[in-house]
Design a protein around this ligand. Structure first.
Ligand code: SF4
Length: 361
């Protein structure tokens, strides 16, 4: 709209243009909501073409964003790979700030926008570059792996990045490369503990937490089993180990999606952020999703309205200081250059070593 006001008219053109998206999301979005959302979806998709922009939408975006305007959708690793391949001039990160920083680090010549600068992350906020420098002084000769959920400043200090989809693979790769038997894995304590159960490499961990996944506990799983005895329970490795122990499967968001799409369980519970179940449900109509529902308040700052504003007004541009970006890029690129797993990595709960401890910094 020329005056920048929100495009709210649900015209027949909008209805036709967004019809295929409605077919996909109609089990998760009400007709009344769609009358408000569809004009924005249509306007955003038109603005993307006009501005040579793409939208990278994380699995934790709501369905109207994920299925409605996302050009590339997936987990942090998948989005980082897509950012690297994209030839668009503008990337709009429908996710949180560390993801936008990662896109900028990988694509320094592109304009990277985030619709709300307050979209943070409790894990990324748990550690600074100065912390990592002190850790390296304390553990000389020990490689530092950091979860992608960190700031560019932290990535600039580490040896290689990982995500929950490849953390075990990265830890074992870097240990072999350095010829060592211990690795520092930052900043998620629970991910570090769950990785430690999957490998013979000793893990040194930081005490960061994801505020969404740390809220799940064993009681939740026991109660879910009692209430839904036929449901298959899938848990994310940012959850405490006691949750993974009681689950049927554990893996990254990509691995959980893969599990549902391949195995088509009759009833499933995804122990992760709420919107993930909604997005997978749109593609798996034969599966019933039980929703234990913990919302990420940071992800939920991203809306159709502020994506529209971001494209229209070219806001808010994410910049990373050149010397930090150059060093952070090395850590991200080392991860991207590793061969992707043939299927999304799972945390093998049968083989898991149950009495492994980690050294906490
Ligand atoms: S779900 Fe957890 S790890 Fe992901 S952005 Fe939110 S707080 Fe950070």
């Amino acid at each position: 709209m020329a005056d920048g006001s929100m495009p709210l008219a649900f015209t027949s053109e909008v209805e036709t243009a967004t019809g295929p998206i409605w077919e996909k999301v109609k089990t998760r979005v009400t007709p009344l909501e769609w009358r408000l959302q569809a004009p924005l979806v249509a306007a955003i998709n038109a603005l993307k073409r006009e501005k040579n922009a793409v939208i990278l939408a994380h699995n934790y975006m709501t369905p109207e964003i994920f299925h409605g305007v996302g050009d590339y959708v997936g987990d942090s690793l998948g989005l980082a790979r897509e950012a690297a391949k994209s030839d668009a001039a503008v990337i709009v990160q429908a996710g949180v700030l560390f993801m936008a920083e990662t896109s900028k680090v990988i694509c320094p010549d592109k304009t990277v926008l985030i619709p709300d600068l307050r979209a943070g992350c409790s894990l990324a906020a748990s550690i600074t570059g100065a912390d990592v420098r002190l850790i390296k002084q304390r553990y000389p000769g020990v490689p530092v792996v950091a979860y992608i959920n960190t700031t560019a400043e932290v990535k600039a200090e580490i040896d290689i990045c990982c995500t929950s989809a490849n953390a075990v693979q990265v830890v074992e790769h870097v240990a072999a490369e350095w010829g060592v038997d211990r690795v520092i894995l930052l900043p998620d304590e629970f991910l570090a503990r769950n990785v430690a159960r999957q490998t013979a490499i000793k893990i040194i961990a930081w005490q960061g937490r994801c505020e969404v996944h740390e809220r799940f506990d064993a009681t939740d799983i026991i109660e879910l089993r009692a209430a839904y005895p036929h449901a298959e329970i899938l848990a994310h490795p940012e959850c405490p180990a006691e949750v993974l122990e009681l689950a049927d499967f554990a893996g990254s968001t990509a691995a959980m999606t893969d599990y549902v799409m391949r195995r088509k369980p009759r009833q499933v519970v995804l122990i992760t952020e709420c919107s993930m179940a909604d997005n997978v449900a749109c593609d798996a109509p034969e599966t019933e999703f039980v929703r234990p529902c913990n919302l990420c308040p940071h992800m939920k700052r991203i809306t159709l309205e502020n994506i529209y504003e971001a494209l229209l007004h070219h806001q808010f541009e994410v910049k990373v200081e050149a010397s930090i970006a150059a060093r952070a890029r090395l850590a991200v690129q080392r991860m991207i250059d590793m061969p992707p797993p043939a299927t999304p990595a799972r945390y093998d709960l049968v083989k898991a070593r149950h009495h492994v401890d980690v050294e906490l910094i």
